[in-house]
Every structure is written in structure tokens, then in C-alpha cells.
Design a protein. Structure first.
Length: 214
């Protein structure tokens, strides 16, 4: 009698939970601003991967152990598109820094669960921003724990080198050169203003008989 052999089924790691990325426009704006600001900070670093709302699976064979930070930074992994972050395929390197942007639907118990998840699976820094109340919490790894950062106003992330400021009506995150993270609209306005200034300078130089191209 022949022996039936069966091959083990491949483990499926879902790439979506069919939930929206954000619950409102303010939350979405901040998720995008933080993610794109971090991309800009590490634009010249090919070994830093930045993602937003991407499923992270820290344990092979355990698709139920996962989360999708609003933004995350992985130090030591190449840039590039991914359908999800399968840690065992990434030299077993976890995200170093994660961000969560709160909405009214976030519950304290769920945020505590996320803190424990990030703590257990190797995150070094964790930041939670509430854009409606302009509240910011931060946690920095100390041994096996993510310890609360006592004062976030003026805090500089030791791994990102970005500075958090809470003096005004909303959070300001400054890059290592001191420039604030901007929304796409703000970046476009700044770019157009710089272009207009350059055109005015070029016109003055031409009026003085100087070729601005030389």
C-alpha cells in the first residue's frame, strides 16, 4: 500500500486588515507628514528603510503576531518596496523607532498593548502623538523596557536626531539641520517661494549686465 505524503501548507502573512489607514483627515495628515519627514532625513542613507502603515511580522510562522505602526524606521536595512516587513527575511532586524498618531477611536488598552508589543520585539524608541490635544509621549529603551521620557518638549531622538517641540499650537518636529517637518502643501509653497526668489535675483543680475548662468 502506498503512503500518502502531504507537503506542509505555506504560512500566509496577511498584508492588510481591511481597516482604514486613518480615521480622520488630521490623523492622516500627520501620519504622512511624519513618514515623509523621516524619508527626507534619511534620503542619503541607503541602509535605512522607512515605512508607513506596513504590517510588521517579527516571528516566522506566527502570522497572528503582527502590527502596523503608523510610521517606522529600520536602521540597517535597504530601501525598497515591500508588501510587508517579515523580520526573519531582514537579517532579523526589528524597527528601531516607531510612531503612532492617535485618533478619537484609539483606546488606552489598545495603546498599552502596542507598547508591550514594541517593548517585547525590540523597538528602541516609541512615540505617540495626539494631534487633537497636541499631546506627545515618548519611550526610550532601557534594558528590556521602554521607559517613559520625562520631558518631550525639546527632546532629541538619539537615533533619528530629530527634535520635538511643543511650544506652539501643534507639534513641531525638526530634522538634524533644524528644519521642520512640513506637509506636502507647505513643501510646495516653500518650493514655489524659493523659485520666485531665484527668478527675482536672476532678473536683477541680468538688469545689472550679469549673466546669472555664469
Amino acid at each position: 500500500m502506498g503512503v500518502l505524503s502531504t507537503s506542509p501548507q505555506a504560512v500566509i502573512y496577511p498584508e492588510t486588515d481591511d481597516q482604514p489607514m486613518a480615521e480622520n483627515t488630521l490623523q492622516f495628515q500627520w501620519i504622512v507628514t511624519i513618514k515623509e519627514g523621516l524619508e527626507s532625513v534619511f534620503a542619503a542613507r541607503p541602509d535605512v528603510f522607512v515605512a508607513g502603515d506596513l504590517f510588521w511580522y517579527p516571528v516566522e510562522g506566527e502570522p497572528g503576531i503582527c502590527t502596523a505602526p503608523d510610521a517606522m524606521v529600520v536602521l540597517g536595512r535597504p530601501k525598497g518596496h515591500r508588501r510587508s516587513y517579515l523580520q526573519w527575511e531582514e537579517d532579523d532586524i526589528p524597527p528601531a523607532v516607531v510612531f503612532e498618531v492617535l485618533s478619537p477611536g484609539n483606546r488606552p488598552a489598545a495603546m498599552t498593548e502596542k507598547l508591550r508589543f514594541y517593548e517585547r520585539y525590540g523597538v528602541m524608541e516609541y512615540y505617540i502623538y495626539d494631534p487633537e490635544d497636541v499631546g506627545l509621549k515618548g519611550f526610550n529603551r532601557s534594558g528590556e523596557k521602554l521607559a517613559p521620557i520625562p520631558e518631550m518638549n525639546g527632546w532629541t531622538s538619539p537615533r533619528l536626531r530629530v527634535r520635538f517641540e511643543l511650544d506652539g499650537p501643534e507639534l513641531v518636529i525638526r530634522d538634524p539641520e533644524g528644519q521642520p517637518f512640513l506637509t506636502y502643501q507647505e513643501m510646495r509653497i516653500n518650493r514655489d517661494a524659493e523659485h520666485a526668489r531665484a527668478e527675482r535675483l536672476a532678473a536683477r543680475l541680468r538688469a545689472a549686465g550679469i549673466d546669472p548662468e555664469e
